[in-house]
Write a protein that binds this ligand. Structure first.
Ligand code: MSP
Length: 518
């Protein structure tokens, strides 16, 4: 490193409601962020990756009541489940925020103060429908068969409330979208957001007075802040804002805000792409650079729901199929942004075909031949590569740019497809060059072929690290690549795997899933 400051990359997950156990949907959102965070770190960025829990609001208060415990005790215990999940899934988050923390209360109250001071919040009264499950307000006309559009039950609410003048932000939002065509991905979702805003915005109730589990409205203890205003603020709290407050960190805020990416599920895009930018504009704060909305998982074709009791526990999946295998499946199986179905059959297929057969066999075969036929000494690349060598090395060297471009679009499935294309090129090269036959006929050529393959496997393993950190760490160790030579500055043709070091007997990294005969 030259001592030059690295570029910052700040990525966030939604913060999870603590009314429920973590399931596959939660793990999915955080996994996508983890892959991005790991990718950017390897690509030389100074990354901040934030996740956490959303602990206030009527839904959580009710869940605590149902359990007969205080909301604080309840949130302490459920929040811990989400914190534990980060370790279990090997997530590399740099911070874990809880909205019940003092640093967050301070940020919420500061934001409220700014909105009030600038005249964007006024006291009025709310009369309308409220969906506790979504923590969202609805008009009569929005209801579908007496329920929220999401299917959540609604209740009638009539109480004094502070309002944010959202209606006045319609044009500024449309102008902002126009000026920032990459603000929301995928594009189809951006179009939905734009047409929603074009349809007109109503002022938004931003306080509740009929329960108390929330951040108190400064100067009016009868109200707590609307849980979405509170929750969205977490993204800026964690950077050290407000910088002049007790928990302020001017350097952190300057470096991290605005966020590079808020990753969210499609169900909560409106809060992130409409309300949040409006709050920030009104407060005079910079807007996040991008929001990406991913799709939803179903379980063997069925919607995942508490009432069906069909939530998939990510730990069960990891136990049965392997953690890295599950991480790979979730990122590869479904085009990121689309809905997807979890099925055991598809999981087993990916595990056996892409991992055990394509990548696992390639690596195991090549390393075993080096171990057995070259006395375990890493052979040297050909001084004069043949066309077939040059072609394969060129396709490996081209991966970095192609993968980076896909990752920057959050097209994780495409990034993996690009890499597996090279894996399949390498497998074809093995078939064509048949190194096992060269052992007798042309040992120097065998060495060249194995060296080309080892170099390709090195680049593949380095690029796959963000998705499968454990498995690729084993692969790289087997190739003799030290920890400090696994960054993206070593691939794309910049460096080659050196020759001459001795490797250990290779062990298979990707086991097959054996389906028991009925
Ligand atoms: N607390 C709010 C977010 C506040 S962010 C300022 C919330 N929490 S949540 O726990 O209900 O959902 C968190 C995320 O999990 C959402 O992005 C949601 O889309 C995602 N998922 C929940 N179930 C899911 C699936 N079945 N499939 C994929 N993701 C899903 O909303």
């Amino acid at each position: 490193m030259t001592g030059q400051a690295k570029t910052s990359f700040y990525v966030t997950t939604p913060i999870y409601y603590v009314n429920d156990k973590p399931h596959i949907g939660h793990a999915y959102t955080t996994l996508a962020c983890d892959v991005l965070a790991r990718f950017k770190r390897l690509d030389g960025y100074d990354v901040m990756f934030l996740t956490g829990t959303d602990e206030h609001g009527q839904k959580v208060e009710k869940a605590a009541q149902d359990k007969g415990v205080t909301p604080q005790d309840f949130t302490d215990s459920v929040s811990q489940n989400f914190r534990d999940l980060t370790g279990q899934m090997n997530f590399s988050n740099d911070d874990f925020i809880r909205t019940t923390e003092a640093r967050h209360r301070a940020a919420c109250q500061k934001l409220w103060g700014l909105l009030l001071e600038k005249g964007h919040i006024t006291l009025g009264s709310y009369a309308g429908w409220y969906a506790v499950r979504d923590e969202a307000f609805h008009t009569e006309t929005e209801l579908v068969d007496g329920k929220a559009p999401s299917g959540a039950p609604v209740e009638w609410v009539e109480e004094p409330s502070y309002f944010f003048n959202l209606s006045e932000w319609q044009q500024p939002l449309l102008d902002f979208y126009e000026a920032n065509p990459g603000f929301v991905g995928p594009e189809s979702r951006f179009n939905e957001v734009k047409s929603f805003v074009r349809g007109g915005l109503r002022d938004l109730s931003v306080s509740r007075a009929s329960f108390s589990w929330g951040v108190p409205v400064p100067g009016d203890d009868a109200h707590v802040m609307y849980v979405w205003l509170d929750a969205l603020t977490n993204y800026i709290t964690a950077t050290g804002w407000p910088t002049d407050g007790e928990y302020g960190d001017a350097e952190g805020y300057e470096m991290r805000w605005p966020a590079d990416l808020h990753m969210v599920g499609k169900d909560i895009l409106r809060f992130h792409a409409v309300y949040w930018p409006a709050f920030l504009m009104a407060a005079g704060l910079p807007l996040p650079k991008r929001v990406f909305a991913h799709g939803w998982w179903t379980n063997e074709g069925e919607k995942i729901s508490k009432s069906l009791g069909n939530a998939i526990d990510p730990n069960d999946l990891a136990d049965e199929f392997g953690l890295d295998q599950m991480r790979y499946f979730l990122m590869r199986e479904v085009p990121f942004g689309n809905d997807g179905d979890f099925s055991r059959q598809a999981m087993i297929h990916r595990m056996n075909s892409d991992l055990a057969n394509d990548l696992g066999n390639l690596s195991q075969r090549v390393l075993s031949m080096i171990f057995k036929n070259c006395d375990g000494v890493m052979p040297a690349l050909p001084a004069e590569p043949r066309d077939e060598d040059a072609a394969l090395l060129a396709s490996a060297d081209a991966m970095l740019d192609a993968v980076r471009a896909q990752i920057d679009l959050q097209a994780f499935h495409e990034a993996l497809r690009v890499i597996w294309q090279v894996v399949s090129d390498a497998n074809r090269y093995v078939d064509n060059t048949a190194p096992w036959g060269l052992k007798k006929t042309d040992p120097p050529r065998m060495q060249e072929v194995l060296a080309v393959l080892a170099e390709v496997i090195r680049q593949v393993a380095i690029l796959v690290q963000p998705v499968m950190p454990e498995a690729t760490s084993k692969m790289l160790a087997q190739l003799g690549v030290p920890d400090n030579a696994r960054g993206f500055d070593t691939i794309g043709g910049a460096l080659r795997l050196p020759a001459g070091h001795v490797i250990d007997k290779p062990e298979p990294v990707f086991p097959r899933y054996i389906v028991e005969e009925a």
